[in-house]
Write a protein that binds this ligand. Structure first.
Ligand code: S3P
Length: 177
């Protein structure tokens, strides 16, 4: 059985913060896609969007996914738009667990603003309406997840615990069948 977890959801869903905690709990590696892409490109995601365009950023995401696809014992946190290329989740191991961290657009906006990280997709006049539109457009992709958690009222620690409980239940069911 593969030991690979991928966290999906809108910006501000808690993928990076909860993902890091979860990886620590499991003793697994944690990979934040945006962080790796920035380190490799020597530019921020915002700079990549401005200088090279979103299409090039999505190509970098796809390339990174291929390189990480066979890693075992890893928690993966791709950016919020990663799911929009339906081929990418398919590239991961057959038994990778995909978890959707659900968040209301209002909460996502508060969290993103508090993080201080510049998200190019939110540099628009009505950021809330934009996030709500992203959610509508992406919901069917996020919905491919094996498990979904409403994160609005949860701390990153609680989100990680909730994922861990689910993984433990899954393992128990797998070994008893
Ligand atoms: C994006 C989300 C960002 C980052 C990029 C595009 C998106 O990651 O990958 O700005 O399309 O939703 P986070 O979800 O970690 O903010």
């Amino acid at each position: 059985m593969s030991e690979q977890v991928v966290l999906v959801g809108l910006p501000g869903a808690g993928k990076s913060t909860a993902g890091r905690i979860l990886a620590d709990m499991l003793g697994w590696q944690f990979v934040d896609f945006d962080e790796v892409i920035e380190a490799e490109a020597q530019r921020t995601v915002a700079e990549i969007f401005t200088a090279l365009g979103e299409k090039e950023f999505r190509r970098l995401e796809a390339d990174l996914t291929k390189r990480l696809a066979s890693l075992n014992r890893v928690v993966l946190a791709p950016g919020g738009g990663w799911v929009t290329n339906p081929e990418l989740p398919t590239l991961l191991m057959q038994h990778a667990a995909m978890i959707w961290l659900r968040v209301r657009p209002e909460t996502a906006l508060v969290r993103v603003r508090a993080s201080g990280v510049s998200r190019p997709l939110l540099q628009v006049p009505d950021a809330l309406a934009h996030i709500a539109r992203l959610l509508t457009e992406r919901a069917m992709h996020y919905d491919r997840a094996d498990y979904a958690i409403d994160t609005d009222d949860l701390t990153p620690q609680q989100i990680a615990e909730s994922i861990l409980e689910w993984l433990t239940r899954q393992n128990r069911n797998d070994s008893s069948s």
